[in-house]
Design a protein around this ligand. Sequence first.
Ligand code: OVM
Length: 393
Amino acid sequence: MIPELDVDPYATAFFDDPYPSHTAVREAAPVVRLSALGCHAIGRHAEVERVMRDWEVFVSSRGVGLRDYKTDPPLRGPSMILEMDPPLHTRRRSVLNQALAPAVVRALRPRFVAAAEALVERLLAVGEIDAIRDIAEAYPLTVFPDALGMEPEGRENLLPFGNFVFNSMGPDNALLAASLAELPPLAAWATRQSQRDRLRPGSIGMAIHAAADRGECGHDEAPLLVRALLSAGVDTTVNGLGAALYNLARFPDQWAALHDDPGLARGAFEEAVRFESPVQTFFRTVARDTELAGVALLEGSKVLMFLAAANRDPRRWVDPDRFDITRNAAGHVGFGVGIHMCVGQILARLEGEAMLAALARRVRAVEITGAPVRRYNNTLRGLASLPVRLIAA
Ligand code: OVM
């Protein structure tokens, strides 16, 4: 018998404190049923990794949210890459891999570092700031669209558009309704901004259009691949950076360690992604009858993967609830695993490292000066506001 749990991962009480529920899912069994959603769920690191690696049985093409595209039409054009299986996925993935290749990202580094250092100087002059609005949002909102080659106008659409994309993977709740209400102009903007004539020569976006010129993908596919980067590339990084800042502020010994050795910046960002899991959940759909950890799963079953629970599974991590920037966080599933593993991860890590290193060098301590405010989203975990005081070194 599969344990049936009364856990609703889209309830406000869950968003406010998901950890007891994560533990309940993880400790009940390798596979559980969630009565609130009528689907299966997994919360242990081993099973999450196994399901993500087995893309032939646990497919993405029927949607990586709660909806099964076989019976429920997608709310957005299904992603050209995230919600595709091989062989279609493989060709498009290689286009994005090249557009975001290590050499491309390496060339961006000086600009990203300079932008982070300039931002820290401006913020130190102010002193009391909102770490979410003024750092976690402000920094990715300049360097990422610049690298993508976007025009300056319309960037205020990026966060609400991403908010919709990640709400769309959950149930038909109030969060989704609010996102859908503001969607039409956002979607029109994202489509326009992805066209070749809106992108700067030499940019990541233009590299995707150039791949179409070489026949590596269709001219109809290129703007949709640019659009996928607009969908997936900003809110994720904002919440990753926000997670790092929140936990470094909550645990002053960790900030002190980072200030003593700014070389820990990269590890601090990785640990924040493990510890807070900005992307909390993704689904797969069972394409043919199968078995997982001794449990029979029928074709058409939706499986909810609690990435955040796997990232704190005591079977995998020593002292998992401790935020420790010196730990080796490699192997977390916050960027996914296997063929769909985050295509922008080196860009995300560059943003995280550059910003945290710039802060580490110039800021001795960060004091939380007001109540943090949570931002609710069906897939993303993060704050809307974190008032802090920066203490200069
Ligand atoms: C996409 C897409 C959208 C949201 C998230 C994502 C985390 C990908 O459109 O391809 O990956």
